[in-house]
Design a protein around this ligand. Structure first.
Ligand SMILES: C[S@@+](CC[C@H](N)C(=O)[O-])C[C@H]1O[C@@H](n2cnc3c(N)ncnc32)[C@H](O)[C@@H]1O
Length: 304
């Protein structure tokens, strides 16, 4: 049974659409101003989306893989929007949406581009309900490695840190109040959907009070910074504490003075070649690998 046939010929914005047999329940869209598509408006306007997505309790998953990972994590879709050929690749998702009464919209690439602001190379989008974040204490219980992202502004860096966290044994990620949104479309995509896999939440307040909460829960708080009195990563990795919180700082200025002062120790990754620091996501991967639970120190202990 089909839900209809997409029109041939000119759409309202002058594109041509191939005749497509639409699966039941799929609606063919021709008007980028259709109010039912409000969740997808101006996806490239970072300032707008950063404000409106949390306000409206949604986030946008892009690409088949990311959509499937979001659904597998139990997140609830509000609607789907895709180019016609993805109706086949996502046939099972579309069928499931129909059962659950979730709208599925399909349309020409140029209608979707006018609506979203970009060409949908990855074929499919889903507007998802933003999950309720768990309390910090719930995530810390039983955790051995916790990653804290302090005020990271770049969504690519946030996504890359989550990918490393998932791959290198982190039990929980805490993001500070000013840290970029892990559920922003770009963070999700760069993380390869691992933002749905690694438990995370916002820690507030921060920095005042935050490191203390971690310490009260039995964590050694390690501030990754270029401080003069910092121990080397090799030294810490030679005998890492059982429960360790790794705190990484913002791209420009690094960690706040308060965070460094409140931490149990500062840790630096030794640099060569006249380079003063690594990109935060690179530093994150190096540190998490060296300090992975059950891992051994690469090359043994070095100087403090
Ligand atoms: C680009 S760096 C910021 C550099 C900043 N100018 C500073 O003084 O910290 C971003 C973050 O990555 C981590 N990082 C980068 N290179 C590091 C290194 N060599 N040792 C320890 N942490 C490092 C730190 O957490 C830092 O806050």
């Amino acid at each position: 049974m089909t839900g209809g046939v997409a029109p041939t010929g000119s759409s309202p914005i002058g594109s041509t659409a191939a005749a497509v047999d639409l699966p039941a329940g799929v609606e063919w869209i021709t008007d980028p101003g259709d109010p039912r598509l409000a969740d997808y408006v101006s996806l490239t306007d970072v300032a707008l989306r950063r404000r409106t997505e949390p306000e409206r309790g949604l986030y946008v998953a892009e690409s088949e893989k990311v959509i499937r990972r979001a659904l597998a994590a139990g997140h609830r879709p509000r609607s789907f929007l895709m180019a016609a050929r993805w109706l086949t690749d996502l046939a099972d998702v579309v069928a499931q949406a129909r059962v659950g009464g979730i709208p599925v919209y399909a349309g020409d690439h140029d209608v979707i581009e006018t609506l979203t602001g970009f060409h949908l190379h990855r074929g499919a989008l889903a507007a998802m309900q933003r999950p309720v974040l768990p309390p910090v204490g719930e995530l810390l219980a039983g955790a051995r490695r916790v990653l804290v992202l302090e005020d990271i502004v770049d969504h690519t860096n946030v996504g890359a840190c989550f990918r490393s966290a998932a791959a290198l044994g982190v039990d929980a990620v805490l993001v500070t109040p000013r840290c970029a949104d892990p559920l922003y479309r770009r963070s999700v995509r760069v993380s390869m959907g691992t933002v749905f896999q690694v438990p995370w939440t916002r820690i507030e307040p921060w920095p005042r009070g935050g490191p203390e909460v971690l310490r009260e829960q039995g964590f050694t708080v390690a501030a990754f910074a270029l401080a003069d009195d910092a121990v080397t990563l090799d030294a810490l990795a030679a005998d890492p504490p059982e429960r360790l919180a790794l705190v990484l700082g913002t791209e420009g200025d690094g960690l706040t003075r308060h965070t460094i002062a409140a931490a149990d120790l500062a840790v630096r990754i030794p640099m060569a070649g006249g380079v003063d620091s690594l990109n935060v996501a690179a530093a994150c991967a190096v540190a998490l690998w060296a300090l992975r639970p059950g891992g051994s120190a690469p090359g043994g202990a070095a100087t403090v």
